[in-house]
Design a protein around this ligand. Structure first.
Ligand code: SF4
Ligand code: SF4
Ligand code: SF4
Length: 226
């Protein structure tokens, strides 16, 4: 059962890149991200699910909050469908050179904010998003990150993704509840959503083992998607 090891392995990889910030033993995570840039087109956004330290710390805060039984909320789907567009708005702003202080939060965090250049506005912004991450999954990734938006757009035609076997599905919605990016996995034959970060949490949550990360067939390419 490889599924059992998916999340621990993901944690270890995230921890490795997080350590890179503090110890500078790596070129910073974004450089690794650049190397896997092309893979996004075929495999989806592994950078966000496995490498980005700012994504990782949001995951970990959520996990700690769950363990401490702190009440958490999920943005309802009818709001999410509109709210998730916000990061494309910020992406557009960032590409035409208009920046806001909060756009630099991920960048500053991933580039060693703890090591030096540290402005109070950046610190406050990082703090705000980390606080929010205690109460809801990946708020910065869901609604603000221009980098996540650009990678997500590149990933929509991916050839390998999460496929759902309808015949085994009992429509329990556990995959939907597990998804930190609020994707309705249960409604689709396969996931090719620009918000998918390849965290594999939906696969791990499925009690029926009907979700698989695999090469999509031509039939699936023509099927329903989300
Ligand atoms: S969406 Fe942005 S902050 Fe979140 S994991 Fe991806 S690059 Fe990092
Ligand atoms: S968790 Fe599995 S069985 Fe439940 S709705 Fe999702 S795909 Fe279907
Ligand atoms: S669809 Fe699955 S792999 Fe993609 S973000 Fe949601 S839980 Fe993670």
């Amino acid at each position: 059962m490889i599924k059992k090891y998916l999340q621990p392995v993901r944690f270890l990889i995230q921890a490795f890149f997080m350590a890179g910030i503090f110890l500078s033993f790596l070129p910073f995570a974004d450089n690794v991200g650049r190397m896997i840039f092309l893979s996004v087109v075929f495999l989806g956004v592994f950078f966000c699910g496995f490498i980005c330290p700012f994504g990782a710390i949001q995951d970990w805060l959520g996990w700690i909050a769950q363990k401490l039984r702190i009440p958490r909320f999920k943005v309802p789907p009818y709001i999410q469908v509109y709210l998730q567009c916000s990061r494309y708005f910020f992406y557009a702003l960032s590409t035409i050179g208009i920046t806001f202080f909060f756009l630099s939060a991920r960048f500053e965090f991933n580039h060693g904010v703890f090591l030096g250049a540290f402005e109070w506005i950046t610190a406050g912004t990082i703090g705000l998003f980390l606080l929010l991450a205690i109460f809801t999954d990946r708020p910065f990734c869901n609604y603000f990150c221009p980098k996540g938006a650009s990678l997500g757009l590149l990933s929509v035609m991916r050839l390998v993704s999460i496929s759902r076997e309808e015949s085994k599905c009992v429509h329990c919605h556990l995959c939907d509840k597990a998804c930190p990016m609020n994707i309705m996995v249960e409604q689709s034959d396969f996931v090719r959503h620009p918000n998918c970060i390849n965290c594999m949490k939906c696969i791990c949550a499925c009690p029926q083992d009907c979700l698989r990360f695999k090469l999509l067939t031509i039939k699936q390419q023509k099927g329903k998607t989300k």
